[in-house]
Design a protein around this ligand. Sequence first.
Ligand SMILES: NC(=O)C1=CN([C@@H]2O[C@H](COP(=O)(O)OP(=O)(O)OC[C@H]3O[C@@H](n4cnc5c(N)ncnc54)[C@H](OP(=O)(O)O)[C@@H]3O)[C@@H](O)[C@H]2O)[C@@H](O)CC1
Ligand SMILES: Nc1ncnc2c1ncn2[C@@H]1O[C@H](COP(=O)(O)OP(=O)(O)O)[C@@H](O)[C@H]1O
Ligand SMILES: [K+]
Length: 494
Amino acid sequence: MKILSISQTQAADRYTIEHEPIASLDLMERAAQALLVWFLQNIDPARPIVLLCGKGNNGGDGLALARLLRANGYWDLRVFLVDHKGSPDFEANLDRLGKDILQELLQDQLKQEHFPADIVWVDALFGSGLSRVLEGRYAEWIYQINERSGTKVSIDLPSGLMGDAIAQTDLLRVFKADYTLTFQYPKLALVHPYTAALAGQLEVLDIGLHPDYLQSAESSYSWMSLADIQSIIKPRKKHSYKGDYGHAYLLAGSPNTMGAALIAAEACARSGAGLLSLNTAKETFRACNSRLPELMLQERSSHAPNLEAYKAILCGPGLGQDEGVNSLLAELLQNWQGPMVLDADALNLIAKNPSYLEWANENWILTPHPGEFKRLLGLNQLGPDQLDLGIEYCRKHQLNLLLKGSISVFIESDGHCTFYDFGTSALAKGGSGDLLAGLICGLLAQGYTIKDSVSLGLALQGRAAQLAERELGSAHAVLSSDILKQIGKAYASF
Ligand SMILES: NC(=O)C1=CN([C@@H]2O[C@H](COP(=O)(O)OP(=O)(O)OC[C@H]3O[C@@H](n4cnc5c(N)ncnc54)[C@H](OP(=O)(O)O)[C@@H]3O)[C@@H](O)[C@H]2O)[C@@H](O)CC1
Ligand SMILES: Nc1ncnc2c1ncn2[C@@H]1O[C@H](COP(=O)(O)OP(=O)(O)O)[C@@H](O)[C@H]1O
Ligand SMILES: [K+]
């Protein structure tokens, strides 16, 4: 799915109004119906709800939702208005709002009143019409609600978040949502690594905007949904042989960090790769054989072996950074032209030796977490321009970057970005990145394209983590070893 700019989003609304055709007010009603469905599925009708409504169409959505909530058994509602005057659709919905719903002008209540701890705050102050950073009373309200407890739900965009002007966003003047219910397409700020956390959990609601507009709109950002994954998976053939599924080669592990290599290796094997060789320190062979007997082990020396037999390579998990490893990595980077995943210490060694990037090509996939990404860019801190810097890096060196995070972004060598929201907080633990790198390498070995390997790798990692979480009862307790065991069920779930 394409991610549209704010001006394209507004054009999509206008196109739908003109070509469906549908009245703007009826489109707002459809949006409010979609919001209502989410509330019915997620919010207990007994909970107290406060809706904060601005004077534009985002506020209009809030008013329409208040009316529908009341009609569906949500009794404890209060509507706070910024103004009684506003956009035509706002005013029409204010007229439609039953007088039995408590309406107040927003003044000092947020500072002075006590609100119950289980309150639901609905943020309908500003959406895609926000044109500048919030100031004065608006900034003050946002600040006060952010300090309050309760569940916070933003309509379309958290107020204060500029949909696609990331550099202009002041992170302290944005409503901090637990959920953002956005219409039809994700907006860049909702998935961008600098601002995504402000949106909480993102839900994309279909409000039936005209598909022709989306088809013709140009965008270099897209959003992958789990529904897109099934078509990527290649079934395993009955009359097949291990040679049909590729031989993966891992340069990973050292005596103190063998776990990372073994997690990556097991993920690689469970992804379906036919054969797997691990080049690692001799002292670790016993541990490797007992943990993963399927492995073929190769003793590490400072020269790369003949690589002809291999289909894909992964370098980095638990590798260490000593001189022997460094020269071995350099030799591999220079000589190997096939698909290759570079993770962990391989990234740290590239950061220390930027001249290695002269050998880069479109078959390289670098998979940094934010710390590694900073090192690759030579920065102390990642700011609002981090995605642009990543795009520039990919174009300059003609390689691919997977920026990992709670939402991950895959940047291709032509600068196109794909965003993925497949994971869970169970993955916020050592080992998850090794597991992902192993999966991607195993998929590359089976002949999946670079993009499909990344997409399917992320989908398997995310779904397997969800399944492990379900089985163990909580994200807290999930280990990479638990996630590895769920890879089969993750495949079956698509
Ligand atoms: N069109 C459709 O069919 C559909 C649209 N939908 C909904 O409409 C939303 C977009 O609505 P919108 O365009 O009316 O803008 P919105 O975000 O409500 O704010 C505009 C108001 O804010 C003001 N303002 C701006 N910045 C400000 C600031 N820093 N500080 C203070 N004020 C500021 C601005 O005033 P001005 O800039 O003129 O001063 C204006 O009064 C979209 O997000 C979705 O929820 C859905 O119903 C689906 C169908
Ligand atoms: N809160 C989260 N939600 C979803 N995915 C997450 C979250 N935290 C981490 N991840 C994923 O877990 C992996 C962590 O990778 P990394 O930091 O390299 O771990 P390690 O080096 O310990 O293996 C990445 O794929 C990242 O996208
Ligand atoms: K909002």
